[in-house]
Write a protein that binds this ligand. Structure first.
Ligand code: GLN
Length: 252
């Protein structure tokens, strides 16, 4: 009986591995290593990815886990600097970059993007006492805090002279609450989390840009791109994606 169970177990494992590709570097799933989907992220971006104890949780972590499960792969998450994610994906060290990453024409030069799984916007955080009530109150003298390499950084660098760059969005928010900078430009959902955790801050009603999040995949890796898009479309139509989002974002 014991033998039978272990034979069944081995068979299940073999099937799971087969579903995730048959050979290293050339698997039909497009993952670099057989049986493993390596996701690069920057876990400083709640509610999309953040640390809870020694685990990385959040919307992207759960979407990636659901995609990996559909592909028959084990998910491995690598937590790295945001501006290292695209190099890591384009060099093939990671299979996908999932990091609340906005699709931009510029990034499309370096990586391919999956279908979008979320809409977002860049918003402006200011102190409640600042007197800044709209984007037009920011001027050439305003010091804007951003997270290095993000779309907030890219767009503000085009428009404003005084940019302070931080490794983590929360560090920019802390600098704002300490009066070191005048405003922070960052994605809307992390902005809500950071503002809720810090007293005396508010988000301007008017948003700075509208954006789409998608998974970054090595250029030309159509096998992986197709697998990820197929999984995403199933997760959208069977309600899993909505369920994951609802777990982390309460509708307002
Ligand atoms: N959406 C922004 C970007 O893609 C920020 C993402 C992040 O900080 N994780 O640049």
């Amino acid at each position: 009986m014991k033998k039978l169970i272990s034979a069944a177990l081995i068979l299940t494992m073999v099937l799971a591995l087969a579903a995730c590709g048959s050979s290293k570097g050339g698997s039909d799933t497009g993952t670099a290593t057989k049986g493993v989907l390596v996701m690069a992220t920057n876990a400083e971006f709640p509610p999309y990815e953040y640390h809870e104890g020694d685990k990385i949780v959040g919307i992207d972590a759960e979407i990636a886990a659901a995609i990996a499960e559909k592909m028959g792969c084990e998910l491995k998450i690598e937590d790295i600097a945001f501006d290292s994610i695209i190099p890591e994906v384009s060099s093939g060290k990671a299979d996908i970059g999932l990091a609340g990453m906005t699709v931009t024409e510029d990034r499309k030069q370096s990586v391919d993007f999956s279908d979008s799984y979320a809409s977002s916007s860049q918003v402006v955080i200011v102190t409640e006492t600042s007197g800044i009530s709209s984007l037009s109150d920011l001027d050439a003298n305003s010091v804007i805090g951003v997270q290095t390499g993000t779309t907030g950084d890219i767009y503000c660098s085009d428009e404003f002279a005084n940019i302070e760059r931080y490794n983590k969005g929360m560090e920019a928010v802390q600098a704002l609450s300490q009066g070191k900078i005048d405003a922070v430009v960052i994605d809307s959902e992390p902005a809500k989390v950071f503002v809720a955790e810090t007293s005396g801050l508010k988000i301007l009603d008017e948003s700075y840009t509208d954006e789409q999040y998608a998974a970054a995949i090595r250029k030309g890796n159509t096998a992986l791109l197709e697998n990820v898009n197929k999984a995403l479309s199933e997760l959208k139509s069977d309600g899993t994606l909505d369920k994951i989002v609802a777990k982390y974002i309460t509708a307002n």
